[in-house]
Structure formats: C-alpha cells, structure tokens
Design a protein around this ligand. Structure first.
Ligand SMILES: NC(=O)c1ccc[n+]([C@@H]2O[C@H](COP(=O)([O-])OP(=O)(O)OC[C@H]3O[C@@H](n4cnc5c(N)ncnc54)[C@H](OP(=O)(O)O)[C@@H]3O)[C@@H](O)[C@H]2O)c1
Length: 309
C-alpha cells in the first residue's frame, strides 16, 4: 500500500510502498479515507519521540484516521465491512499510522462516524478533539470563570476554546495577529491575547487578580502559571505537573488525551449538532504530506487534513 513513512530515526516524511497489514484476532483493518496532522507527527519525524516510545521502522506517520471497515480479525463483534469509523492509532512499538491506505487497530479503539459527519472532518477530529475535551474537563470551568488558553490557534486549542466557551467560561485565547486571531474570534473566544505583545498587561486588564484557570498547549508554562489567580487550575498537555510547578499556588494537572471511543463519539455528535467546529484550513493529498508537514511547522492555524484514499 502507499503510505507516508519515516524510514529511520529522524528521517523526513516520504511516500513509499509498504506491506498492506492484515487484521489479527480482535483487530479491524480500516480502509483509510482521511487523516490529519498533529504535533505528535512532528515529534516523530524529529526523532524526539524515540526517547519516549520504542519505534519499529518504517513508521507510518499520522495518528488520526477515518474510513471504512475493510477486514475483521477473529473474534471481532459489533462491526461489519463498510461501517464508517474513526479514531487514533495507538500502536506501540510505534509502527502503524493513518497516513497509509490501510491501518489495523484494536476493535475496542474504534469510534463510529455518525450520519451527517463527513470523513474528512472525522479524520481531523480524533487526537486534537480528544485532547481538547480532556484538558477542558480537567480544568472544569464554571460559568463566568476566566480561562486562559495558551497555544489556542492549533488543532487542540481551536476545539478547546469552543468547549470552554460552551461551559460558560470567559475565554481568553492567545494568537499571533492575523489569521489566528480571526479564527479564535469566530470560534467564540471572548478575548484574543496578542502573544507577540505585552501578554501580562493584556491579561491583567481583563482579569486583574489573575485568571481562574489556564490551559497550556504551547509556550512557557511558568509565565502562564504566573497569570493564574492564587489557588487556580493549570492543565498542561505537555507533561507539566505539580513537580515542575514547585511552590506556586496553583493546582497543576498534567493531562493526556482520553481516546476512548465513547468520548470520540460524543465529540462527533457535537460536531453534527453544530456545537463544535473542526476548523480544517486546508486539505492535502497523501503525496503532499511532506509539504503539509512543512506548512504545519511554519505555523498553520486550525487543522490540516489529508485525503488518503
Ligand atoms: N499529551 C497528549 O495527550 C497530547 C495530545 C494532543 C496534543 N498534545 C500536544 O499539545 C500541543 C498542541 O497540539 P496541537 O496539535 O494543537 O499543536 P499545534 O497545531 O502546533 O498548535 C500549537 C499552537 O501554539 C501556538 N504557539 C506556538 N508557539 C507558542 C508560544 N511560544 N507561545 C504561545 N503559543 C505558541 C501556535 O499558534 P500561534 O502562533 O497562532 O499563537 C500553534 O498554532 C502539542 O505540543 C501537542 O504535541 C498532547
């Protein structure tokens, strides 16, 4: 099958022919229609993930997938060929990915694509959407509470802004001036903080005693923590927890995306209902993924989707 791979540690993404995988017991093979880029993929290409996860090369890149069930392994129940499904590849050692024409995943990791949701959107929803939902659940904002989201224009942040606003929070979200600022306003951020300017002054003008909670998706975690009111919550998807926060008077919550199908299906239903938007800014064909990585690394906003098959 055709796939975008990293051939060895630190190797750049390239199109290659690799063996088509088969579904083993309890597994499902999905014919992939769509996927999307995530920061995780950049970390794999750069070799950074090798310090955290074992790799089995060639590694097919891409964490997200959406497509149709193509082959059922022994013992799989509840799915049939042709079912529309989506999810996130959790393959350890790292080997399989969504940037290939087929991907094999455990059946219990599969979420169903609801009627009314196209596969391009489903393929851009998985990892970023789940991460956004998990991190907003972690800070659990009450109506009227101020929440500062740092790194808000990316795939995770653009969904997190909407989920926090839907809970009634007053959302402050960082962006560079321009496209990202316009996107965040459209998605419901109450205040867009120009992260190239005086961030401390801008936040103090809105929340003089500090914000009640902050979501850390990029940038300096300590500078962000200093903008939180005493006793406030700080949730990071970048592994910053209480040990790193030291004596600061904040509740530090390190978070990893909850990728359970129930949560993914709930998010998908929210998208169908029009309550959450997955802001796909551009769609690439599979062979264009190396260019997509370059665009992502150069600073894209929202999600970059990939049409695989
Ligand atoms: N632990 C988990 O389970 C998990 C799951 C998913 C994602 N993540 C991590 O969460 C992070 C966000 O993911 P993503 O896919 O949304 O990434 P992304 O699309 O690259 O978005 C990150 C955003 O941060 C902003 N940014 C960059 N440098 C910044 C800085 N110094 N200060 C403030 N903002 C800055 C950029 O927007 P502007 O330039 O417009 O400000 C960028 O759009 C990534 O690091 C990813 O690896 C973790």
């Amino acid at each position: 099958m055709r796939a975008i791979i990293s051939a060895e540690l630190g190797a750049a993404a390239k199109l290659a022919d690799v063996p088509t995988p088969s579904a083993g017991p309890g597994e499902v093979r999905v014919k992939v229609a769509a996927s999307s880029l995530n920061g995780f993929d950049i970390a794999v290409i750069s070799g950074y993930m090798a310090t955290l996860l074992e790799h089995r090369f060639p590694v097919v890149l891409g964490r997200d997938f959406a497509g149709t069930v193509d082959q059922l392994g022994d013992g799989v129940e509840g799915f049939a060929a042709g079912d529309a499904v989506f999810g996130v590849v959790l393959d350890y050692p790292l080997h399989a990915g969504g940037f290939g024409e087929y991907v094999v995943v455990p059946s219990e990791s599969l979420a169903r694509v609801p009627g009314g949701l196209d596969l391009t959107t489903a393929g851009a929803l998985g990892l970023a959407g789940a991460a956004a939902a998990t991190v907003v659940d972690a800070i659990a904002p009450s109506p009227g509470e101020t929440v500062l989201i740092m790194g808000a224009t990316g795939g995770v942040g653009s969904v997190a802004v909407q989920l926090a606003a839907a809970r009634g929070a007053v959302v402050l979200a960082t962006a560079e001036p321009g496209e990202g600022t316009r996107l965040l306003r459209r998605l419901g951020a109450h205040y867009v903080i120009d992260r190239t300017g005086d961030v401390i002054g801008q936040v103090a003008a809105i929340a003089p005693g500090g914000v009640k909670a902050a979501v850390h998706l990029a940038g300096d975690p300590y500078a962000l923590a200093d903008l939180i009111a005493p006793g406030g919550r700080f949730a990071s998807l970048l592994g910053i927890g209480p040990d790193q926060m030291g004596v600061r008077d904040v509740v530090a919550l390190p978070v990893n995306a909850d990728l359970a199908p129930a949560g993914l299906e709930h998010l998908a239903a929210e998208v169908v209902a029009g309550r959450v938007e997955v802001p796909v800014q551009r769609i690439y064909h599979l062979e264009e993924v190396p260019q997509a990585f370059a665009d992502f690394a150069a600073g894209s906003v929202g999600k970059l989707a990939v049409h695989v098959g």
